[in-house]
Design a binder for this molecule. Structure first.
Ligand SMILES: Nc1nc(=O)c2c([nH]1)NC[C@@H]1CN(c3ccc(C(=O)N[C@@H](CCC(=O)O)C(=O)O)cc3)CN21
Ligand SMILES: CC(C)C(=O)C(=O)O
Ligand SMILES: [Mg+2]
Length: 273
C-alpha cells in the first residue's frame, strides 16, 4: 500500500492528526512557501504542509532563520493556502514574535491566522514560552510545538549539532514535551535528537510527534522540500533523503534554453504569431 489510508479528499484537520496517531498511520509533512509548489504537494497526497521559517534560508538566502519577519511569513503563508485543498497548513511563528510577551504573541498569532487562512501555527520552545503558548491556544488557535534543535536559538548554541545527547538536556526535553501536551499543543516537532529519545517521547505522548533528524520512532516526518528535491546543493546532513535531483534538471533545462536563444533556435515559427 503506497498511499496512506487517510489520503481521501477530505481536508486534513488537527483531529485527523490525532486519529492517524491512534491508528498508527504515519504523518507525511514537507515545507512549501509558494502557491505552485504547495498545489503540487497537495495533489500528491501529502498530509501536511509547513510554511517554515526556513523560507529565510531557501527563499531569501539568509544564513539563519532570524531575519524573517511577520509580514514575510504572512505573504508565504497566504500563497501556500491558495494552493492547498486537502493538506493541513502549519505556519512557523518567526523569531521574536512569540518570546515572553503573551499579549504581543497572541496579536502576532492572530495576524497570521487572519491574514493567511492557515490551519495552525508552529512555535519553537518549551517552558520559557509556556505563557505565550497558553494564551494562543486559549484563543482557539491550534499550536504545534517544536523542541530539540531550535534554529531560532542558534546564537545561544553556536551550531546545528545533535541536541539532547546529554542526560540533563534529554530530561528537559521530555519535561518540555509533556508540558506542551499539557498546554494543549496538538502535535510536537522534534528536530535533530537521538532516535531513541524521540521514540520514547512519541510513545509517552498521546499527541503525534513529527520528526526531522529524529529517527523512525516519530509518528510522522518533515523535511524542507528544497532539500528532498535536490535543489539545495550545499546542504546535505544525514537526515535528508534526496528523492530527486532538480538542481541538475533545472541546470540542464536552462543551459539548453540559453543555447537555443543564442542560436536563434527558439522561438520557431510554431512558437511565434
Ligand atoms: N534548507 C534547509 N533545511 C533545513 O532542514 C532547515 C533550514 N534550511 N533552515 C532552518 C533549519 C536549520 N536546520 C538545520 C541546519 C543545519 C543542520 C545540520 O545538520 N548542519 C550540518 C552541521 C551540523 C553541526 O554543526 O554539527 C550537518 O552537516 O549536519 C541541520 C538542520 C533545519 N532547518
Ligand atoms: C525544519 C522544519 C521543522 C522547520 O521548522 C522549518 O522548515 O522552518
Ligand atoms: Mg522552522
Amino acid at each position: 500500500m503506497s498511499a496512506s489510508t487517510e489520503s481521501d479528499k477530505r481536508k486534513v484537520t488537527v483531529q485527523t492528526f490525532q486519529k492517524m496517531k491512534e491508528r498508527g498511520e504515519k504523518i507525511s509533512m514537507l515545507t512549501a512557501y509558494d502557491y505552485t509548489m504547495a498545489s503540487i504537494l497537495d495533489q500528491a497526497g501529502l498530509d501536511a504542509i509547513l510554511v517554515g521559517d526556513s523560507a529565510s534560508n531557501v527563499m531569501a538566502g539568509n544564513k539563519t532563520t532570524l531575519p524573517l519577519t511577520l509580514d514575510e511569513i504572512i505573504f508565504y503563508g497566504k500563497s501556500v493556502v491558495n494552493g492547498v485543498k486537502r493538506a493541513l497548513v502549519v505556519v512557523d511563528m518567526p523569531f521574536g514574535t512569540c518570546s515572553g510577551n503573551p499579549n504581543k504573541s497572541l496579536k502576532s498569532a492572530i495576524r497570521i491566522m487572519k491574514e493567511t487562512g492557515a490551519d495552525s501555527l508552529k512555535i519553537e520552545g518549551g517552558e520559557e514560552i509556556a505563557a505565550d503558548m497558553q494564551k494562543i491556544i486559549n484563543a482557539g488557535i491550534p499550536v504545534m510545538g517544536h523542541l530539540g534543535l531550535m534554529p531560532q536559538s542558534i546564537n545561544k548554541y553556536g551550531g546545528y549539532g545533535v541536541r539532547a545527547k546529554a542526560d540533563a538536556e534529554a530530561e528537559k526535553l521530555k519535561k518540555d514535551a509533556l508540558l506542551l501536551q499539557e498546554l494543549g499543543c496538538y502535535s510536537i516537532t522534534l528536530e535533530k535528537i537521538p532516535a531513541s529519545l524521540a521514540q520514547e517521547v512519541a510513545t509517552t505522548l498521546h499527541v503525534p510527534v513529527i520528526g526531522i533528524g529524529a529517527g523512525a520512532g516519530a509518528d510522522g516526518q518533515v523535511l524542507v522540500v528544497h532539500d528532498m528535491l535536490g535543489m539545495n546543493k550545499g546542504f546535505n546532513p544525514r537526515f535528508v533523503r534526496q528523492y530527486a535531483d532538480l538542481h541538475t534538471v533545472i541546470n540542464s533545462a536552462v543551459r539548453q534554453y540559453v543555447d537555443d536563444v543564442k542560436t536563434s533556435d527558439f522561438p520557431n515559427i510554431q512558437e511565434s504569431y
